[in-house]
Design a protein around this ligand. Structure first.
Ligand SMILES: [Zn+2]
Length: 215
């Protein structure tokens, strides 16, 4: 990823002078080296919360771009419910909705991305001023964000992979997802039950990584 403006309607930019910019540069440099394993590691001497914050924003922007390309294909007709294959269906629930809502995938993802964006823009959760501490419950919020963002990947892989291939974006999708999954694994952010819809793919990526690490 470079510094260009994401085309999706939601985005949060870490720009020069903003908190996390240095870490973002480090993350991009190590990712650019092609070693995703190394790219997820907390850089020596850095604060874990800062690292989680920078990466959460970047993962959000990745998904924003990926789903943005699929918006025209993900309609109420093609995807009347938010699903990840035939076995997994998701209802939308947040603190403002009393009962979980059964909505189309595009509506669900709109709710989801707006919810994440609100967390990222909430100064009491993701403080933008340097030196302002993160809240005590920061990691638990990050975990919910990752759990939810995963569902967008699950929907894309199950329902929109042919369109991703048509757009020639399968390598980009796989790279973003591998980075996301290895980051989750490294910091234990999402439990296995939540990751189950894509467990086969995840295991394949991990096996391949382990083989490559043996070389
Ligand atoms: Zn869809």
């Amino acid at each position: 990823m470079n510094d260009s403006e994401p085309v999706g309607q939601h985005s949060k930019k870490i720009t020069k002078n903003s908190r996390g910019y240095g870490l973002k540069q480090i993350a991009q440099m190590t990712l650019g080296s092609g070693n995703i394993d190394l790219a997820v590691e907390l850089p020596k001497g850095e604060d874990l919360n800062e690292w989680l914050a920078v990466n959460t924003i970047e993962f959000y922007n990745d998904i924003n771009l990926l789903y943005g390309m699929l918006e025209e294909f993900c309609t109420k007709k093609s995807c009347p419910v938010m699903s990840a294959g035939p076995k997994y269906e998701y209802l939308w629930a947040d603190e403002n909705k009393k009962a979980p809502l059964k909505v189309s995938a595009s509506e669900y993802i709109e709710y989801l991305m707006t919810w994440v964006e609100n967390q990222l823009n909430n100064e009491s959760i993701f403080p933008s001023a340097i030196g302002v501490p993160f809240p005590k419950h920061f990691v638990s919020i990050v975990k919910v964000i990752f759990k939810r963002l995963f569902r967008v990947y699950a929907h894309i892989y199950y329902t929109h992979f042919p369109q991703i291939v048509m757009l020639g974006c399968q390598y980009h999708l796989n790279t973003c997802f591998k980075h996301f999954i290895f980051f989750i694994e490294k910091f234990n952010l999402v439990n296995a039950k939540e990751l189950a819809p894509l467990s086969e793919l995840i295991n394949k990526f991990k096996e391949r990584r382990n083989e490559e690490n043996k070389k």
